[in-house]
Design a protein around this ligand. Structure first.
Ligand SMILES: NC(=O)c1ccc[n+]([C@@H]2O[C@H](COP(=O)([O-])OP(=O)(O)OC[C@H]3O[C@@H](n4cnc5c(N)ncnc54)[C@H](O)[C@@H]3O)[C@@H](O)[C@H]2O)c1
Length: 260
């Protein structure tokens, strides 16, 4: 699918999954905007993308926890490229983020961390969607992809974590459940000009403890954790006109983890 000349904004674009999504759309010809928190990481990745795919890039270093900073992203993109066609809301505090009161037993999880996670994982989507919407509307191909999680659609299975120093933050689940519902809400309100869909990843392999891996794989119909390249198909499909009659959907890419 040819995305030549389209402009794709990817939050958390310097992270693991964000990089795969950026490479996927750049390979299809899109110009890429990487939004993330660390300027050095953004700049070196943008250089890689330009060299590999002969496309144009823009790096925007921003802390998505800051409302004023995140509301300026859309204008910066349009000032640079003149248009904005695809928005991927992928940045998040994830299970392994190093935060106080986060990846700890429920009794130790903290209200302030809950607030911060909701801000980055959910409220930032509200501001980005609202500020990008006028430009996505003008695009004629406007597509938003929100990255959710299996923990936004099913409860965590405590048996996976038994005896391991791994915990599942309540705020992560609540924020991702919100992402799924916000996607549905936007899909009707922003129609017919902008399509809004979600991708729900299952757990991605990141050298987790062998005991966890064994349990996770045995409860997953396709018998393995996800790899970043498992998300290429859903990304190019939802970003492009291949899915031009699809909105409000959630493509669950989890090897079947959530079907039983
Ligand atoms: N890794 C998994 O197993 C898994 C499973 C389900 C869903 N997901 C979702 O996939 C998406 C990508 O996750 P990942 O595994 O690539 O993690 P990651 O940590 O590599 O990527 C997240 C990116 O978001 C950025 N980010 C975080 N807070 C930010 C802030 N305040 N301002 C700006 N940027 C910020 C980080 O710098 C990072 O580059 C997330 O939405 C995550 O919830 C991941």
């Amino acid at each position: 699918m040819d995305l030549t000349g389209r402009v794709a904004v990817i939050t958390g674009g310097a992270g693991y999954l964000g990089r795969t999504m950026a490479n996927t759309l750049a390979e299809a010809g899109a110009n890429i905007v990487i939004v993330d928190i660390n300027k050095e990481k953004i700049d070196s990745f943008c250089q890689e993308l330009e060299k590999e795919w002969q496309i144009r890039t823009l790096g925007i270093a921003v802390d998505l926890e800051n409302k004023d900073e995140r509301r300026l992203i859309a204008e910066k993109v349009v000032a640079h490229f003149g248009s904005l066609d695809i928005l991927i809301n992928n940045a998040a505090f994830v299970g392994t983020s190093n935060l106080t009161g986060w990846g700890v037993p429920f009794e130790q999880q903290e209200t302030e961390t809950w607030r911060r996670a909701l801000e980055v994982n959910l409220t930032a989507l509200f501001d980005l969607t609202q500020s990008c919407a006028p430009y996505l509307k003008k695009s004629g191909h406007g597509s938003i992809i929100n990255v959710a999680s299996i923990y936004g659609i099913v409860g965590p299975d405590p048996r996976l974590y038994e005896g391991l120093p791994m915990f599942n933050p309540a705020a992560y689940a609540a924020s991702k459940g919100g992402v799924v519902q916000f996607t549905k809400w936007c899909s009707t309100v922003l129609a017919p000009d902008i399509r809004v869909n979600a991708i729900t990843p299952g757990g991605i392999f990141r050298n987790q403890a062998p005991a966890f891996l064994e349990r996770y794989e045995s409860r997953t119909p396709l018998r393995r954790m996800a790899h970043e390249d498992d998300f290429i198909g859903a990304t190019v499909f939802l970003a492009s006109d291949l899915s031009k009659y699809i909105t409000g959907q959630n493509i669950v890419v989890d090897g079947g983890f959530s079907v039983w």
